[in-house]
Design a protein around this ligand. Structure first.
Ligand code: PAF
Length: 317
């Protein structure tokens, strides 16, 4: 039995904790910076709703990583801007044999992941699973999708085996997962979808499918994705298929979803704009390029977030 710790009880964190807890093969913990909520999660467990059926899975939650001690596998499921603080608070979990897999939107946290003190092995996860948090410890599993894990730089055989084991553990818990050698291509492929959808849905205050119908929105989406794809190509990233077609397809397949960025704006929470469109602007600069479309989107979302307290809060799930 291994110790597995999920940091962050958001939608993905609760889904992973629920599924791994239900599999019953490992000692599963949730680490939450909020001690009161951790106590609630330990009392009530994780409530996972799938295809209309809700099950409750008991997991142990704590705000004190020292209570858990060194872990074999740590899954970091916090927002990109919380990565540094979360890693600092999680040090007691890390030893030379600990594998950390970090699941965030965007790319701004990737340098931090390698630079900060932490575990011996550090990988990145990209998931296409759909999960929505409906309350503390409550999550609805919206759609199965492949999860990919990989190292940012080529790894040795032992590191490769550890990653394959982690993928097998998640797959055995019913979450189809693969270890891949080209994770950065997948990180960028997902980033480009978020580039095209998140900021624009926040600015137009619409569900994902609205971008296909609102006059001008589709053109803005195409321009933002094309510009970011040019940055990706300059960086040597290989994109699977046409990123514009893929983003439009995600708008269709998630037409009624409220994007995470629009949810953040409506709930008056910090957005991930600096990790998504803002980060592409930074990356473009590093490469001697410019990204005016994404720069403009990032500026407008920051402005919207500053004005958000005065806006009426719309209906959202
Ligand atoms: O951030 C999000 O909301 C999602 O990644 C996506 C794909 C845009 C769907 O809502």
């Amino acid at each position: 039995m291994h110790t597995i710790v999920i940091i962050g009880p958001g939608a993905l964190g609760c889904l992973l904790a629920g599924r791994l807890g239900a599999a019953g093969r490992d000692d599963v913990w949730l680490l939450d910076h909020d001690a009161e909520r951790a106590a609630l999660l330990t009392r009530q467990g994780v409530r996972l709703t799938e295809a209309g059926q809700t099950s409750t899975i008991l997991v142990r939650a704590t705000s004190d990583a020292g209570q858990i001690g060194p872990a074999e596998l740590v899954l970091l499921c916090v927002k990109s801007y919380d990565v540094a603080t979360s890693l600092a608070g999680a040090q007691p979990l890390f030893g030379p044999g600990t594998l950390l897999v970090s699941f965030q939107n965007g790319i701004s946290h990737l340098d931090l992941l390698t630079a900060l003190p932490g575990p011996g092995l550090r990988a990145v996860g990209v998931t296409a699973m759909g999960a929505t948090r409906t309350g503390p410890g409550e999550v609805t599993f919206g759609g199965a999708g492949l999860t990919r894990l990989g190292y940012q730089a080529p790894a040795d055989q032992r590191a490769g085996q550890r990653l394959a084991q982690a993928a097998a553990t998640l797959t055995a818990a019913g979450l189809q997962t693969e270890a891949v050698p080209d994770i950065m291509n997948h990180v960028w492929a997902k980033l480009l979808v978020n580039i095209g959808i998140n900021a624009l849905t926040a600015l137009h205050d619409c569900a994902n499918g609205g971008l296909l119908d609102i006059p001008g929105a589709r053109g803005q989406l195409v321009a933002a994705v094309r510009e970011a794809a040019a940055v990706a190509l300059a960086k040597g990233i290989t994109l699977p298929g046409d990123p514009v077609a893929r983003t439009l397809e995600v708008c269709r397949s998630t037409a009624t979803n409220i994007s995470s960025m629009l949810q953040d704006i409506r709930r008056r929470r910090r957005t991930e704009i600096d990790a998504i469109n803002g980060a592409v602007v930074q990356e473009a600069r590093r490469l001697g390029l410019s990204a005016p479309v994404n720069e403009d989107l990032a500026r407008r979302v920051r402005e919207l977030a500053r004005r958000a307290p005065d806006r009426p809060v719309g209906n959202f799930p």
